[in-house]
Ligand binder design. Structure first.
Ligand code: 5GP
Ligand code: ZN
Length: 113
């Protein structure tokens, strides 16, 4: 399967990794939309948020916990940050491997565009 995030998780594609363990990898987005823009992905290929099912619940929770830990380490936790999951074309998803966006370092607007 041709998947850029599987390639990053497997070390076949370079990425600026900030955290990794057996379950997840976190790395800087190649086209950052904020001063801090990190993606947290599962090593397993899950196509997107809609494909997250009961067996993935612990993994999904771990992704949230890792995002918080990375936010602390990158110094954006106390000011606040945004977590985003895009699903499908109308949701703005462009890479069809589940990824949690961690955005911070500037004031976020609401509603999102
Ligand atoms: P989506 O639009 O699917 O929610 O987010 C995909 C994100 O992945 C985008 O922000 C895009 O910049 C990022 N991205 C796509 N390809 C690569 C890559 O090869 N390396 C890194 N680090 N980020 C990527
Ligand atoms: Zn993948």
């Amino acid at each position: 399967m041709n998947c850029v995030f599987c390639d990053i998780a497997a070390g076949r594609r370079q990425a600026a990794i900030v955290y990794e363990d057996e379950q997840v990898v976190a790395f800087h987005d190649i086209n950052p939309q904020a001063p801090v823009h990190v993606l947290v992905i599962p090593r397993a290929h899950i196509p997107g948020p809609l494909a997250v099912e009961a067996p993935h619940e612990a993994l999904a929770g771990h992704m949230l916990a890792v995002a918080g830990q990375v936010a602390q380490e990158l110094g954006i936790a106390s000011d606040g940050y945004r977590l985003v999951l895009n699903q499908g074309t109308m949701g703005g998803q462009s890479v069809f491997h589940l990824h949690l966006h961690l955005l911070g370092g500037r004031r976020m607007r609401w509603p999102p565009g």
